[in-house]
Design a binder for this molecule. Sequence first.
Ligand code: NAD
Ligand code: GLY
Length: 329
Amino acid sequence: MSGRALVVSNRRVFGLYGGRLGESLERAGVAWEAALLPDGERYKTMASVARIHDRLARARHDRGSAVVALGGGVIGDMAGFAAATYMRGIRLAQVPTTLLAQVDSSVGGKTGVNHPKGKNLIGAFHQPCVVLADMDTLISLPREEILCGVAEIIKYGCISSARFFGYLERHIARLVALDPAVTAEAVRVSCRTKAAVVGADEREVGLRAILNFGHTVGHALEAVTGYRRWRHGHAVAMGMAAAAILSQLKGALDIKQMDRVIGLIAAAGLPAGIPRGISERTLLAAMAHDKKVRAGKIRFALLEGLGTCRIRDDVTEKELREALRRCRI
Ligand code: NAD
Ligand code: GLY
């Protein structure tokens, strides 16, 4: 990269890794400044993106400039949206510092912000020109945040590779402990898988929806608890358990395979079932409002054996209720 860059981050992450990133940019001859946003999902708003636009405009950045996102998925999504919209699109570099961002959000070009009516409702597709995942930055990441990334890594095993799924079964404790070799392999396979899916269907016309495995029930769990009770990865973990049960009910996954999915989620230290306090009726209502609903039908990414996933819209309410009941802990 050359020319000028605006580094977008928050105080916490910039305090940890801003110096190192700045030195690399300077060594590459890039003149840079930083825009620091408040930390947290609740600041993933148009107001925060407007702050990035203001900085870009006031410093007279032009089409040769780049936005560099240093942080987790919240920073990456907002910086990406600012880059997608400033002067109708300037270059974006993603430097993800959470495991979730390294295996998921920094790859694939989805950018955006939340709206009071829904999560990630406003956004654009804008591919990064580079994604630089430095696994050393994960050392400072709290355990719960590591688990959020692990949930998405398990997702890739479920939807795309029985071999990778088996690898995760053998090494899950080492992955959660961020063993360098296992983490590197997990990040590599996850990025390769996501890039292949996005390469085939960037705009989510079809195939890309398999990346939502576990997310239909997961998003409903987040929505009915006001996005406060669970981190996204924990909700997705419960959603994957429910989706595995639903896949088994549809006759596409055998009981042994279903148990392996639920067993791997639990072995990672993630929740593999839905607590009894969450009402079935509220969950069903939340699912009916999901972005993935088409023509009134809820669409589910379901497994057809381990390592293969297909979008189905033939799940009946009876089957869904049964799966939710069997998923209770
Ligand atoms: P996050 O960005 O909120 O980061 C989690 C916390 O970790 C924050 O407090 C952050 O400041 C801190 N942090 C980041 N890096 C750190 C480090 N190295 N050491 C210590 N602390 C660090 O959360 P996330 O899980 O990275 O991302 C979640 C967001 O990603 C959601 O908004 C979700 O919608 C989005 N997302 C987007 C995509 C996509 O395709 N664009 C995919 C999945 C998720
Ligand atoms: N995280 C789902 C996607 O990028 O499509």
